[in-house]
Design a protein. Structure first.
Length: 359
């Protein structure tokens, strides 16, 4: 593409020489103007097509310099959910270490709304210079908008915790299944928003168990948790880091984790599958994304910083203490492959069950 743009240079020179020629008539003047517009259009489209593949890749030296010098000013991370949720908790655990690594402040901004789409839209329309990033999760991405982002780093891919209010007289998944079948339509499960992992985890639970559960979407995990604590909803499929402090304080009851295998952070909790619902598996991920067309060298540099922060002993301890499994060090390509696989799974469930993920 770059070569095709460069071969237009003789055309530009010829055009520059040609515009100095005085037209002999009004008709010729209009003809020359038309030719000029066509020439500029051809040059512009060729250049744009050359750049569209990967933003500033047309200037590798610029991209390498940007990566080497990054960051030279504060980095902003958008959390597309209210404070108190999984994404918000994780980036605040990482922020002090990233500030040390970069020697620049990391500014966290919560931009909730539309199940994460408002914050996601803000990030996707930002310059791909690394200074506006997003701590995203399942709710923000789908097969239609994935191309609007650059996957950078997986932070955590942890099971959610099936958590109930103590007023529900169950202590295991088997007991929950029995209770729900004897109270069809009575139980309400909350989520951080339509299309979120906490929502889809509940829908998968419904699909495999053939239960009648009501879904109550909120504008973030924090709001759903508030209502769960108050007993306005009965259960949640929630990030461990948001519910385990209340479980440990006996304000909520944890029944199981949603992964296929027991969690490293919560080994005492059985899986849903081993507790009576065979074949059930759901993972809630959190990761860092940037706008599309971010230079690969810059994405690699930011990826390396997050991987380093995730290996810091304090970060690992804080995450594990709150029930979140830190992601192993991986490349931005690893994260991209993970996202494609995860999205395909949920899109299949949404289509087959006709699940409303629009809020």
């Amino acid at each position: 593409m770059i070569q095709s743009a460069l071969v237009q240079w003789p055309l530009i020179q010829a055009f520059q020489r040609g515009v100095k020629v005085q037209p002999k008539s009004t008709h010729q003047l209009e003809s020359n103007r038309t030719d000029r517009r066509r020439a500029l259009s051809t040059i512009g489209l060729t250049a744009l097509s050359a750049l569209a593949g990967f933003g500033v890749q047309s200037d590798p030296a610029w991209a390498q310099d940007a990566a080497r010098n990054f960051p030279v000013k504060p980095v902003r991370v958008i959390v597309p959910f209210p404070p108190g949720g999984g994404a918000d908790t994780l980036i605040r655990q990482l922020a002090p270490i990233l500030t040390e690594i970069w020697a620049q402040p990391l500014i966290i901004e919560n931009k909730p709304g539309a199940a994460g789409q408002i914050g996601g839209d803000l990030v996707s329309k930002s310059p791909p210079d690394g200074y506006t990033l997003m701590m995203g999760s399942t709710a923000v991405l789908n097969e239609r908008n994935l191309a609007q982002f650059t996957p950078i780093a997986l932070v955590s891919a942890s099971p959610y915790v099936v958590t109930v209010h103590p007023s529900i007289p169950v202590r295991t998944i088997a007991e929950l299944l029995t209770y729900a079948r004897s109270h069809p339509g009575d139980l309400r499960f909350g989520s951080s928003g339509a299309g979120s992992a906490s929502h889809l985890s509940g829908e998968l639970f419904k699909a495999l168990s053939h239960l009648d559960l009501q879904h109550i979407p909120y504008k973030g995990t924090g709001q759903a948790l508030t209502d769960l604590l108050a007993g306005h909803i009965n259960l949640m499929f929630a990030p461990a880091q948001t519910v385990m402090p209340n479980v440990q304080g006996s304000k909520l009851r944890a029944l199981a984790v949603t992964s296929a295998r027991r969690s490293v952070a919560l080994p005492e909790l059985p899986t849903v599958a081993e507790s009576g619902l065979a074949g059930y598996e759901s993972i809630g991920w959190f990761g860092v994304l940037g706008p599309a067309r971010m230079p690969p060298a810059l994405a690699q540099q930011i990826n390396a910083a997050f991987n380093k922060a995730l290996q810091h002993p304090k970060v690992r301890k804080d995450m594990l203490d709150r029930g979140s499994d830190p992601a192993p060090a991986g490349s931005e390509e690893d994260f991209a492959r993970f996202l494609q696989s995860d999205l395909a799974k949920w899109e299949k469930l949404i289509r087959e069950k006709g699940i409303n993920v629009s809020g």
